[in-house]
Design a protein around this ligand. Structure first.
Ligand code: BDR
Ligand code: CA
Length: 308
């Protein structure tokens, strides 16, 4: 399988992304790295371990990373993901899986050096760990196979501020470092497409794997209600799972190459992903932006894998 490192701040949709990545059986998952984001680093790490317990995948290493963004304070999202980040779904689960020794940025560098040209990084959280890895080992740009980032939005509104998507907003300096690093393949899976990949109650009810179905139902309950208040649909936007989906099957999205940068010095627009659609800046494209998604094909794949 494709060698993958998944970087998460395990909230509701990260957890669904982990389930998709592990249960697909298509990846050689070298490890899952955690970072402060939706919840604290400690909580994200605990949630990640519990999700692996849920599916008997305790053998996958979990490695802790940054406990805060590069230069800014933490910015949790308890209103979206609940107090514990999983909508309370695994509250009663005893914890027996623990993180490995080591630090996420080091882990990323070590694995990429061990398998040059082979590792895909799937980032579904603020980009702090990858920025730290890059400053430690700039050759990462050359040695990594590709980077798939859930983050940003280029043709629509933000989900934290009017212009910014959460993962970009929380650590815009890290995002900027990553965008400007010069990766030969950097794919951006933003709200433009993830907002179209919606998991509904009908989808959840249709799952036949009981433990998975009950977990998904429980963890998304409050999320669905909040999404309804904001967007008028009772659904869970599959932000992070779609990034994993793109790693599994590129054909679920349409991508176009553009120059994209991240705003870091604005009163109103910090974290905004600015996409140069008309090449006004005359720069080489640095990002493959997902512009369209075949939501049905993606959800079919997601549900099939979760049900297995
Ligand atoms: C992103 O923000 C987080 O709250 C989600 O887990 C996802 O990674 C969506 O904007
Ligand atoms: Ca996330």
């Amino acid at each position: 399988g494709k060698k993958v490192i998944l970087d998460v701040d395990t909230g509701v949709d990260d957890a669904l992304g982990i389930l998709l990545a592990v249960k697909s059986g298509e990846f050689d998952l070298l490890g899952i790295t955690t970072v402060s984001g939706n919840v604290s680093l400690a909580q994200a790490t605990e949630n990640t371990c519990k999700i692996l317990q849920l599916i008997g995948a305790e053998h996958i290493p979990v490695v802790r990373g940054a406990s805060k963004p590069l230069f800014r304070p933490e910015h949790f999202e308890h209103r979206v993901h609940g107090k514990d980040g999983l909508g309370g779904a695994l509250r009663g689960m005893p914890l027996h899986k623990h993180p490995s020794d080591g630090y996420a940025a080091d882990f990323i560098v070590d694995q990429v050096r061990r398998f040059p040209g082979e590792v895909t990084l799937i980032m579904t959280a603020p980009l702090t760990n990858l920025a730290a890895a890059l400053s430690k080992y700039p050759e990462l740009v050359r040695d990594v196979k590709e980077v798939i980032v859930m983050g940003g939005v280029v043709s629509s509104f933000g989900n934290v501020t009017p212009t910014a998507e959460y993962n970009m907003y929380v650590d815009p300096e890290a995002a900027r470092l990553v965008f400007q690093a010069g990766f030969p393949s950097l794919i951006l899976v933003g709200l433009d497409v993830t907002r179209k990949a919606l998991l509904t109650e009908e989808h959840i009810n249709g799952l036949s794997n009981e433990s998975i179905r009950e977990y998904v139902r429980e963890s998304t309950r409050d999320y669905l209600n909040r999404y309804f208040e904001r967007n008028g649909v009772r659904a869970c936007a599959m932000h992070d799972p779609l990034a994993v989906g793109v790693a599994l099957d590129r054909s679920v999205v349409t991508m176009k190459s553009y120059y994209v940068d991240v705003e870091t010095r604005s009163e109103l627009c910090d974290g905004q992903t600015v996409c140069d659609f008309q090449n006004r800046l005359q720069r080489e494209p640095n990002v493959q932006v997902c512009t369209e998604v075949d939501a049905e094909a993606f959800l079919d794949m997601f549900l099939r894998v979760l049900d297995a």
